[in-house]
Ligand binder design. Sequence first.
Ligand SMILES: Nc1nc2c(ncn2[C@@H]2O[C@H](COP(=O)(O)OP(=O)(O)O)[C@@H](O)[C@H]2O)c(=O)[nH]1
Ligand SMILES: [Mg+2]
Length: 330
Amino acid sequence: MTTDETLEPAPAPSLPEPERKSFWKKLRRGLRMTHTEIFERFDAAVSGKAMVDDEVIEYLEESLIGADLGVETTMELIERLRGGVRPSEALDVLKLRERLVDEMAVLLLDAPQPRPQAEGPLVTLLVGVNGTGKTTSAAKLARRSLDRDERVLLAAADTFRAAAIEQLVLWGERLGVDVIRQHAGGDPAAVVFDALQAGRARRVDHLIVDTAGRLHNKEHLMAELAKIRRVIEREGEGWEQHTVLVIDATTGQNAVTQAREFTRAVDVDGVLLAKIDGTAKGGVAVAIARDLRLPILHLGVGEQPGDLVDFRPRDFATALLGPPSSSPVG
Ligand SMILES: Nc1nc2c(ncn2[C@@H]2O[C@H](COP(=O)(O)OP(=O)(O)O)[C@@H](O)[C@H]2O)c(=O)[nH]1
Ligand SMILES: [Mg+2]
């Protein structure tokens, strides 16, 4: 390996067109509010200015903190940016933004990356607080697997309310995916047991398990999730297990706190950040990746099953901070 190779992070594998186009469109849509939040203020602040001076940098700093990037990450970003700006350099806002994208990409690539998926069937356990978007995300992951010609099965292991089961069944009907369920109030671990049996018999590639998320009763929740995981370990020989924490981006810094609390109770492999389209504080993705050292796996960018994109650091940075003309890279 040459020195150059060790310095340059490996680019994310490129997506085939037109998948690429649709990915980019969704990502842009998902980050629109945050992007506007950052640059409306910034552009107004720098209009009429000829130089990149301290004031310009301060405006940028405020804008980034306002988008919930987190104080530490913002400071680090600004420091790196300052390092690249010569004193009294003529202001070229576009150039400044291109640099910002580069520095942000470096920071994000330095955060934990998702582990590569093993061959063979996968069971994804969706965990998280009520209302964060677990059930909707289960439908999105199902749709995504269907698009890849995988055999999919859903499991309604949020047995706490009948309405929760119905919601998943409805998605299953719309997507043409079977939903393994029991009566409301049933044992979630028993649903998972059934789902694993059915999944094996039907040679399913991806079993997606929707769970309940009563964080106000942490002991109970932990016990329930632990029981589900024991069942998967015992009955799911040959299945790769993946636990995904679903976080609601619209709760801003609270989302970070929530993720921290949750990961103290439950081991998670990564985060699905839902509802990033509904907030101007989408910078929280960066805070989660960097401060909590948790890989961000996917972003939820709307309420429909197709509204899910993978988190790709370089693309995220470009969509968030790049000049309007910038296009996807990898
Ligand atoms: N705008 C937007 N809404 C979402 C997204 N994901 C989920 N929702 C909405 O958030 C609400 C709660 O979602 P649900 O899946 O029921 O959450 P759960 O309680 O964790 O299962 C629903 O109204 C969903 O339509 C997203 O990515 N974007
Ligand atoms: Mg639900």
